[in-house]
Design a protein around this ligand. Structure first.
Ligand SMILES: [Zn+2]
Length: 499
């Protein structure tokens, strides 16, 4: 038996009808011409010519208008017969299934590039075979036609042409035809209907490849492992969660009878990551439920634990405890833990002590280290600010009951921002580094109460804001104007007073 013997030698009438009536349903034209003021139309679909308009009667058909062929009732687009027809050409990629010609248990599919042209006004079809697939129990094969060397080659693995050579073509797959083709073959109950909507896999060739090679597809689908089959079809990561060649349900799913019973009881439809997590936790000596495994799977807990470089067992145990205590997700526990360890290391804490490494209450411990880190950073910033103050103090100024002076510390800026409800606190770092200058404006009668805050840059008052970012009152504006004129302008030479 040869590969090509499985395929029919001719294009079936059924395929021709499918292409004509489904694929190119909208590519129907009525070509109109005039002769002695009579308009005639020729339908590209039924190939009949008839009179469409008589002299002196209104209602002659116009180029590009839509109408219905009065002969075959097709919806057609009117075209002037005199115009070019080259751009009326259309094409599509069709994946067409048939029964094998020689093996009653096998099915085949051909990938066809089909076209329709109107060179002779009739819609003429063109068929070009791009690729051929054979699916028989235990075996599948694909051959691909390389037109540039007029040669058919057997491919190593089944591939769909949808995302590849045919990615810019319109796609057609006749699922009604597949329903007929699989009847009486082992593929009849393969559950293919559930996988026909997977993006870029609509031609089902990956599905039938799996169904041909592995008997387990059918019952995997039926017991709720749809996601695992889908992942395999899409070429996604399956973590070896399924033993596709397994002979029994337990072998295939790598789960014991008790596990399978538990899975059914929990009503979980497992993803590959679910099973992966389930197995990993069990192996780490910390068995979890399938619901938990599904949850850990979504967060890729196993992968993240590996990134932390921690053995899964203790980490899982700790995470579950924290999740329980804080009503949070394993994801945020791991993130918190990573940050906490990072900060603890920076602060010189002894992470070799269990009580430090695994704090009873991670959230509180993390808040504490964050606070200490802030103090540490603030101390550095304050030192920098303190260094700038003697210079900036030259710009202190007082007039009409108000005064302005440089902000003294990060704490002062923080308080200023908190009380005035604006975001000056964010400027601390840039202020400390000398990239900008922050001054506080206060009343002489209340020198400790935040009033206005000003940013001074490039010899200008860049912004000056009060409570909740409010702009300046007339009083403050006048004060700032005087301040700028007096302190920020280059000093005029004092007139010499003659002695
Ligand atoms: Zn017609």
């Amino acid at each position: 038996m040869e590969f090509k013997d499985h395929f029919s030698k001719t294009v079936s009438q059924e395929l021709i009808d499918y292409v004509k009536n489904v694929v190119f349903e909208e590519d129907r034209y009525l070509f109109v011409r005039r002769e002695k003021k009579v308009q005639y139309g020729f339908c590209s679909h039924c190939r009949q010519e008839y009179t469409t308009n008589y002299p002196h009667v209104k209602g002659a058909l116009k180029h590009n208008q839509q109408t219905v062929c009065s002969h075959c009732q097709s919806l057609v687009t009117v075209k002037s017969a005199g115009r070019g027809r080259k751009n009326l050409y259309n094409e599509a990629y069709v994946v067409w299934y048939e029964k094998s010609q020689i093996n009653p248990a096998a099915i085949v599919a051909v990938g066809l590039l089909v076209g329709i042209h109107f060179d002779n006004y009739k819609g003429e079809l063109v068929f070009g075979t791009v690729t051929s697939y054979l699916f028989e129990p235990g075996y599948s094969e694909q051959r691909f036609y390389a037109s540039w060397r007029d040669k058919w080659t057997k491919l190593k693995n089944i591939r769909s042409e949808i995302p590849g050579t045919m990615r810019y073509k319109k796609l057609y797959v006749s699922y009604d035809k597949i329903r007929d083709v699989v009847k009486g073959t082992p593929f009849q109950y393969s559950t293919w209907e559930q996988y026909k909507d997977i993006f870029d896999r609509e031609d089902l060739v990956h599905f039938f490849d799996l169904a041909a090679r592995y008997g387990c597809i059918e019952y995997l689908t039926k017991i709720g492992f749809h996601s695992c089959v889908k992942a395999k079809i899409q070429g996604d990561r399956t973590y070896g969660a399924i033993n596709w060649n397994g002979k029994t349900l337990e072998k295939v799913t790598r789960l014991s009878k008790a596990d399978l019973k538990q899975l059914q009881k929990e009503g979980i439809a497992p993803e590959p990551a679910t099973l992966h997590s389930y197995h990993k936790f069990k192996k780490a000596g910390h068995p979890i439920s399938f619901a938990q495994a599904s949850w850990f799977g979504i967060f890729n807990f196993v992968g993240k634990a590996a990134e932390l470089g921690e053995p899964l067992g203790p980490l899982a145990k700790y995470t579950l405890k924290q999740v329980d205590k804080q009503d949070t997700s394993p994801q945020s526990v791991l993130l918190d833990l990573r940050d906490y360890w990072h900060e603890a290391r920076d602060l010189g804490m002894d992470l070799s002590k269990d009580s430090v490494k695994w704090p009873n209450n991670l959230r509180d411990a993390h808040i504490a280290t964050t606070k200490r880190m802030k103090v540490k950073v603030d101390a550095e910033l304050n030192a920098q600010i303190a260094e700038r103050l003697p210079y900036l103090d030259h710009y202190s100024f007082s007039k009409d009951g108000l005064f302005i002076r440089p902000a003294a510390s990060s704490i002062e800026l923080f308080e200023e921002g908190k009380i005035l409800h604006h975001c000056v606190g964010q400027y601390t770092e840039r202020y400390a580094k000398g990239e900008t200058n922050i001054f506080v404006v206060r009343r002489l009668v209340a020198p400790d109460i935040p009033f206005y805050t000003a940013e001074i840059r490039d010899g200008k008052v860049f912004q000056c804001r009060g409570h909740r970012n409010r702009g300046q009152t007339k009083e403050v504006a006048e004060f700032m104007h005087n301040f700028a004129a007096e302190m920020l302008q280059p000093k005029r030479k004092r007139r010499k007073i003659p002695a």
